[in-house]
Design a protein around this ligand. Structure first.
Ligand SMILES: Nc1ncnc2c1ncn2[C@@H]1O[C@H](COP(=O)(O)OP(=O)(O)OP(=O)(O)O)[C@@H](O)[C@H]1O
Ligand SMILES: [Mg+2]
Length: 239
């Protein structure tokens, strides 16, 4: 049976309350089930990253409630939020966020340290993740010694190494050429096929069209939320 993963109830995020306030999220109601592949699309400034920070427990709402696996996480303290992040969520940030003086396998290992995973197990998980993204032959390369697509794959390996159930990706193909974008999207689709929940943030219709559900946001509000018939039909054909 389908289980609810995420439930947002009337979420608002207001920056700079008062005269210059920005209502980045404006009464958002949203439910995402376990195992979905969802795209969140909207133009620059529409609130996508704010929403991702909220979904990823990097930030708390100004008002409203967020239930993750049925637990209200909207009023938790920093240390409680970081415990949830460590257990549940793998982040792929816009612009990779790799550490320049660490090689690929060390970059992937880094968050595993915060998860309290021992050295040998860390190295094993990091190598597995890099192999999964096709970088088994670049383990000891530093970011400056890799192409943009390879760096993004290291960032994906870092997000998935601890096998978190939820993957949040903010413009994962934003800086990439179309061939690399295709590879990255394929990796995200494979993660989804393997049972993960994947939430993909983009401003690009072509990328959003790869997802099974497309949520469009505008000025901090959900403008539309629809199943992607095109991709669902093409899947029927394969069956
Ligand atoms: N820390 C902040 N303080 C004040 N305003 C902010 C802050 N962060 C974001 N905003 C504002 O909130 C709105 C939503 O920003 P957000 O970063 O979520 O947009 P986005 O959809 O991710 O845009 P982009 O596609 O350019 O990344 C914007 O108007 C932005 O200026
Ligand atoms: Mg953004």
């Amino acid at each position: 049976m389908e289980k609810t993963l995420i439930q947002l109830k009337d979420i608002c995020k207001v920056y700079n309350p008062g005269e210059n306030e920005v209502r980045a999220l404006d009464h958002i109601n949203l439910e995402i089930m376990e195992g979905e592949l969802v795209a969140i699309i909207g133009q620059s400034g529409s609130g996508k990253s704010t929403l991702m920070n909220m979904l990823g427990c990097l930030d708390v709402p100004t008002s409203g409630s967020y239930y993750l696996h049925g637990q209200d996480v909207s009023h938790l303290k920093d240390n409680e939020l970081s415990a949830i992040r460590n257990k549940e969520i793998g982040f792929i940030f816009q612009g990779f966020n790799l550490i320049a003086n660490l090689n690929a396998v060390e970059n992937v290992e880094l968050p595993l340290i915060y998860r309290g995973i021992g050295k040998q197990e860390r190295r094993k998980l990091a190598k597995e993740a890099l192999e999964m993204v096709g970088l088994g032959h670049r383990m000891d390369h530093k970011p400056s010694e890799m192409s943009g697509g390879q760096q993004q794959r290291v960032a994906i390996a870092r997000a998935i190494a601890a096998k978190p159930p939820v993957i949040l990706a903010d413009e994962p193909t934003g800086n990439l050429d179309s061939a690399s974008s295709k590879e990255i999207l394929q990796i995200l689709k494979d993660l989804h096929s393997g049972g993960r929940t994947v939430i993909l943030i983009t401003h690009d219709d072509k990328i959003a069209e790869q997802a099974y559900r497309i949520i469009r946001i505008l000025d901090g509000k959900i403008e539309s939320d629809r199943k992607n018939d095109k991709i669902l039909e093409s899947r029927e054909e394969i069956k």
